[in-house]
Design a protein around this ligand. Sequence first.
Ligand code: NAD
Length: 317
Amino acid sequence: MTINRSKVVIVGAGLVGSSTAFSLITQGVCDEVMIIDINKNKARGEVMDLCHCVEYLNRNVKVVEGDYTDCGDADIVVITAGAPPKPGQSRLDTLELSAKIVKTIVEPIMASGFKGHFIVVSNPVDVIAYYVYKLSGLPKNQVIGTGTAMDSARLKYFIGELINVDPRSVQGYTMGEHGDSQMCPWSHVTVGGKRIYDILEDNPEYKDVDLDEIVRRVTRVGFDILEVKGTTSYGIATTAAGIIKAIMNDENKIIPVSTLLEGEFGESDVFCGVPVILNRSGVKDVVEVHMTEEERARFKNSVAVIRDYSQKLMDKI
Ligand code: NAD
């Protein structure tokens, strides 16, 4: 009998890719992490550095450099190659370059015989995830964009900070584009089971809280971080590791990720952030929350932004 080793490949050894590798090995999520980058020295440097963590980890995770031909037996390939937006650019402005890069990655990976899951992090993540889905020909449940998973973590953090509770006691998420048009279905946000609307109503000190401003803060904060440190890395890396853990450990955990909609929420042929159940099959199911009319309109508007860019990309190629 042979026991299969679990293997995660990270393409792109930049800040996001190397932080994702660090998060995976410190949490002992898999047996092996392989790193690939067009800049081979960068990949080699990260691998050498990460290898030396093993003594103080709770398991011996193997960290190696690799090539696309080594992806055939990988369970998951994480795509973090790309260029973060420059000051003044939106995530959508990086689309053309990201799409070019991703094509040079996905084609050789598929040629290696890869049959696992793609986790797409490169921005604009919803459009790029759609492109990876088209390029790879893999079933829709196996191509996952990080979508609004990190935005949702930020949302929970800001709510937790506002009312002084652990962000993990907040239930809620943003949906739609990982970008400016994302929205929050506030009618589904609860803290310890209590609706956020009731919390605000019951506590006079929150009478001036503007929930829309919290969503604006969620969309803005990535750029605030970008301005002072050049990119965001730890939040997204931990988010990617959380998604990978849910798949590897067959958790059936609900996380809002970017997935292909086929009729859910009345939308089709578009990748966007929605809550899904994640397990070893990847996206097992979309959680179709019932939204108010206003929430539906905001969601529709966000989906239209993604669809427009996805269409423009598909027309170009
Ligand atoms: P970075 O510049 O630090 O790293 C990018 C890496 O990709 C570099 O090491 C580069 O050599 C490599 N690369 C470029 N072209 C390649 C190719 N053709 N093949 C293999 N490797 C290639 O950038 P970063 O800060 O790590 O960000 C990476 C991507 O992640 C960007 O698209 C960024 O916008 C995105 N990002 C997404 C989120 C999210 O929530 N989805 C959050 C943060 C960053």
